[in-house]
Design a protein around this ligand. Structure first.
Ligand SMILES: [Zn+2]
Length: 128
């Protein structure tokens, strides 16, 4: 891997580091001063985490378990299926790709399938 590749990897790793919201997994903003470490990005995540802990306790499950609506799992599986299909398409397309345009088209196809997953915060809403 050349220097540009190493820099790109470092950039990616750097953007993914740091404490994350206990509920949605988003990166928390840097601490602005002394005090207790933040665990959540906002009140809605704190509330959803609280509700989930109550439900899991009622169901005899541990704090590390999450109760999720069937519709959320189904939607996630649909997106994963589309991503897997795109990976297969792009794998095939790249074997014949010759031009920059061919590669660009392959990457765009993959990104189209990956973007919705990059935005997923799971579970999004908890069970109501
Ligand atoms: Zn959050």
């Amino acid at each position: 891997m050349g220097a540009a590749g190493a820099d790109a990897k470092r950039e990616f790793t750097k953007s993914g580091d740091g404490p994350r919201c206990r509920w949605c997994g988003r990166l928390l903003p840097p601490r602005s001063g002394p005090g207790r470490r933040r665990e959540f990005c906002g009140d809605s995540c704190r509330q959803l985490d609280y509700q989930n802990r109550r439900r899991t306790a009622d169901a005899g499950l541990g704090d590390d378990q999450v109760i999720v609506a069937r519709a959320e799992i189904d939607a996630l599986h649909d997106q994963l299926y589309l991503l897997a299909a795109a990976v297969e398409d792009v794998d095939h397309d790249l074997t014949d790709a010759r031009t920059v345009a061919d590669h660009r088209e392959a990457v765009e196809h993959l990104l189209e399938a990956a973007r919705p997953l990059a935005a997923v915060r799971f579970p999004a809403s908890g069970v109501t």
